[in-house]
Write a protein that binds this ligand. Structure first.
Ligand code: GLA
Length: 390
């Protein structure tokens, strides 16, 4: 759905009003998985798939939200004075959480609003459709009500919605990438200090192919939260021997020295992933800056192996896609991206091999898994913003 059609939908639902338009992207993560909540580095980019929104203020305090992606739910409404989480409000709990926390922080959201949305991020694919929705709402509220809010504040509010309103104990990566993304660059973010650096993604005659397992991710939340708990336990046990504020503060040698103090194999593996993945991320960003694509690709591959064997968040669908990608000519590297347990993987593929890559990987996947994967060429775009009319 194009912006014009979305505007027509808005008018059909809410009448003619002075509209404003906004866009927030999805994200892929090049490397640095499950490191954000461990105080390590991540290396994501915003993509041009994302969520479009049009909105207008109202005179009263009613908030009306419509998504073309959930058209069967129609318009969902609530009042600005009653922003409690409700299951029956479905997807609108994300926008509601943003309004609630910004309002509680003292930002003057003084009236209701009408909103219509449409997103083209594949549903449940691990490309951060929820962070996209949160930041879309953030820039929308900022603009409609002239809020003196910093971008970092919007990002942190999005994370808080996820953690406290929705109940997923996620880190800051997704909201940060969606909020701070810049065209054709990746963000090397230190999740401990929130210092970051924009690194140009120059891949020569290669592109990033997103491979979607199309696997349903029902258990993702509980698995995600349990990995996080295992890492916290590992850190606590290690802190009896070494003063480290997070697993991300340890290098490989320090981990080697103390790993046998950990009380069981499971948490040892989880911690090993957190430590080595963070180091790989730092090395990968350096390799990309130096134009060493071969090194970058082999770090991506090592990341997948660690997520598969130590962190155990890949599963047969992601492993099948990534293995099939590794077996193709012209592939620099491939790995899962995002939380795992299904969702998407990415591969860096030579331009002249992309067609046969998609065909071959698609064929292997369908034969082994029993249903088709989907493929998209990723373009790296800007973070959440108001859409200026041409
Ligand atoms: C999800 C979370 C992020 C991050 C990744 C794994 O996308 O929302 O905070 O932890 O998983 O790297």
């Amino acid at each position: 759905m194009e912006l014009n059609e979305l505007k027509e939908k808005f008018v059909e639902l809410f009448g003619h009003k002075e509209l404003k338009a906004f866009f927030a992207p999805g994200r892929i993560n090049l490397i640095g998985e499950h490191t954000d909540y461990n105080g390590g580095n991540v290396f994501p980019c915003a993509i041009t798939l994302g969520t479009l929104g049009v909105a207008a203020r109202r005179e009263d305090t009613q908030i009306n939200l419509y998504s073309e992606n959930f058209s069967e739910l129609g318009v969902i409404s609530f009042d600005l004075e009653d922003l409690a989480y409700r299951d029956e409000d479905k997807w609108t709990n994300y926008p509601k959480g943003m309004i609630k926390y910004l309002k509680e922080a003292g930002y003057p959201i003084s009236s209701g609003m009408d909103v219509a949305l449409y997103g083209n991020i594949p549903n449940g694919a691990g490309l951060s459709s929820s962070a996209s929705l949160e930041l879309l709402m953030g820039v929308m509220l900022e603009d409609l009500f002239d809020l003196p809010v910093s971008r970092l504040d919007l990002i942190q509010t999005g994370k808080r919605v996820e953690n406290e309103f929705i109940g997923v104990n996620s880190g800051i990566m997704d909201q940060f990438a969606v909020g701070m993304g810049k065209k054709d660059t990746a963000i090397l973010l230190d999740c401990n200090t929130l210092e970051y650096e924009l690194v140009p993604v120059e891949l020569g005659a290669h592109k990033i192919v997103i491979m979607n397992t199309k696997k349903r991710r029902e258990l993702a939340t509980s698995n995600y939260n349990s990995r996080r708990n295992e890492c916290e336990q590992a850190l606590e046990e290690l802190q009896k021997f070494i003063a480290a504020p997070s697993l991300g503060a340890l290098d490989e040698a320090e981990f080697e020295t103390y790993q046998d103090q950990l009380s069981n194999q499971i948490i040892k593996k989880r911690a090993r992933h957190a430590v080595t993945e963070n180091q790989r991320t730092i090395k990968a960003a350096k390799a990309l800056k130096e134009g060493d694509l071969k090194q970058f690709g082999s770090l991506m591959n090592a990341s997948h192996v660690s997520l598969r064997d130590d962190y155990e968040v890949t599963g047969v669908e992601l492993d099948t896609l990534v293995q099939a990608a590794w077996d193709q000519p012209g592939v620099i590297g491939a790995r899962m991206t995002g939380a795992g347990f299904g969702g998407c993987a990415i591969a860096i593929v030579a331009d002249d091999q992309i067609d046969s890559f998609i065909q071959q990987v698609g064929k292997t996947y369908e034969t082994e898994i029993g249903y088709p994967a989907e493929f998209y060429i990723a373009s790296i775009g800007d973070g959440a913003k108001a859409v200026k009319e041409a």
